[in-house]
Ligand binder design. Structure first.
Ligand code: MF3
Ligand code: CO
Length: 259
């Protein structure tokens, strides 16, 4: 069942998405050589609580932190640690969720640590393009898999591969609502998109086409060959005027500033 949001609900969701956007921008500004992922996690939790919200991931299926920090070949769900020091040239996905007033917000950006190499830049550019294509496909009357197709076809056009083991999702009173949004597949399948839906497409792209592995910590997903991975996620509401990106293209904003 796909929950449709009323205009009043959408106002709360949009306000939470704006808060999440600001926190992700502030976190991205703190990413530099020498900082640990544990420090980023502590900042994220402090800023979320200061705004009267609560972390969405902490305790979710036993996840131990506020933020997911996935560095280089780590795809998603990297657990922050005060022993994990970021170094020049790393790429890190910051994935963050919060809850306030009964509604969730969830988004992710991949950020470069100092100057990153050409392969990382190409991967980030491709993943941003895949997310943009998915967000632009989020129109009333389209099918869920039109977003999937937009992601996979963009990834392949850039010479990268979509992650198949994780999906985007609906969001609202729960962190993960229907529908699931795979990062691959043909267009024209799945539920029809309707006014009032709020979706979180989250393309994850990588340089190999092997299955991802889960590390012994039970959470961290890594690419099969050690190839780099990138991940972006935004919240989009389906409106008669077209897709409304509630998190305001935060990924593109971060990379526009940096390049
Ligand atoms: N953005 C991710 C998702 O939608 C983050 C979940 S991490 C978890 O699944 F710890 F909460 F599982
Ligand atoms: Co998500």
């Amino acid at each position: 069942m796909i929950a449709l949001k009323t205009e009043r609900e959408l106002e709360v969701v949009a306000e939470n998405a704006r808060l999440l956007r600001e926190i992700l921008l502030d976190l991205a500004a703190r990413v530099e050589p020498g900082i640990t992922t544990g420090e980023l996690d502590r900042l994220a939790e402090r800023w979320i609580r200061a705004a009267g919200a609560a972390p969405a991931f902490k305790g979710y299926q036993g996840y131990p932190a506020t933020l997911c920090c996935s560095v280089n070949a780590e795809v998603v769900h990297g657990i922050p640690s005060f022993r994990r020091v970021l170094r020049e040239g790393d790429v890190i996905s910051l994935d963050l969720g919060l809850r306030r007033g009964g509604y969730y917000a969830d988004a992710a950006v991949t950020v470069g640590v100092g100057q990153v190499g050409p392969e990382a830049q190409a991967l980030v550019r491709a993943t941003l393009a895949a997310l943009r294509a998915a967000l632009e496909a989020a129109k009333i009357g389209a099918h869920v898999s039109d977003l999937s197709y937009a992601i996979e076809s963009t990834a392949r056009r850039f010479g990268f591969y979509p992650v198949k083991e994780f999906v985007g999702h609906g969001i609202g009173r729960a962190l993960h609502e229907d529908p699931q949004i795979p990062n691959f597949g043909p267009p024209g399948f799945g539920p029809v998109l309707r006014e009032g839906m709020v979706l979180c497409p989250e393309p994850m792209l990588k340089g190999d086409d092997l299955p991802v592995r889960i590390l012994p910590d039970g959470w961290t997903a890594v690419t099969g060959s050690g190839a780099l991975a990138a991940h972006f996620e935004e919240m989009v509401a389906l409106t008669p005027e077209g897709p409304w990106v509630l998190t305001g293209w935060v990924g593109e904003e971060i990379w526009a500033k940096r390049s």
